[in-house]
Design a protein around this ligand. Sequence first.
Ligand code: PEP
Ligand code: MN
Length: 287
Amino acid sequence: MKISVDTDSVVKPHMAAPSQNAHKTKAVQVGSVTIGGPEFTVIAGPCSIESAAQFSETAQAVKSAGAALLRGGVWKLRTSAHTFQGLGPEAFGFIKEITRQTQMSLVSEVTDPRQIEVLNDYVEMFQVGSRNMHNYALLKELGQTRKPVMLKRGFAAFVDEWIKAAEYITVGGNDQIVLCERGIRTFETTTRNTLDLNSVVYVKEKTHFPVIVDPSHAVGVREYVPQLALAAAAAGADGVIVEVHPRPAEALSDGRQALTISDFQQMMRKLERVLTALDRPLQTAEF
Ligand code: PEP
Ligand code: MN
């Protein structure tokens, strides 16, 4: 299959007035953390927030291992309606206490426009999941907010469609967007998805959006996540988002791809060495 990309339509809307810096990444501020500047940002945490104890233990561990931002789903879009759908508002009873104690800002998925208002109080960046990349009603509503949005690539979306989806947010006046490559569905089914690092290089070159990589959902296998995180850094991504669980075997979602705390610590040590070689400092949460 020949994939033709209309480069003009992809590139033009995102370019500032022509200048030498037309494609320079415009950094996005998430609380005290900058994504898309000289520093590399690591976002880590559980797939789902399952309990105060699990969330708190994970948050403290990823913070001390060097993560700058915390992830954790309150509402989950699962393939089966019969699996865990997220704690929902029950999580709001303890999220603030944990983000305050760890001094970490939270990134969490908004699955429905009606959740934006309530979630706004708990997150510093909204996540739009792969399944919702084409949910233009949701994207338009997020365009009305003034909070950063991490827009994950649809698992069957062309890069062009992904960039155009981001414009549904920017036309509303919110240009605080971080793109997230999380793997796509291809003929290859050996691993969960196929990580498309081509898209990272392309989007960095052709648009001003910071781009991060989610190796956890891309490969779906814990043992392979660290290598792909290192590859993402080498490819020029602005950061990674990875799933971590203190006891992956007990995870209510995505346990097979969750790094243990010790796996995460080891990954961070390797990542720091790769970043040093790339002359790219690691962003740490400032407070
Ligand atoms: C997630 O981040 O847990 C998630 C559901 O990701 P995606 O939307 O990429 O599948
Ligand atoms: Mn997940």
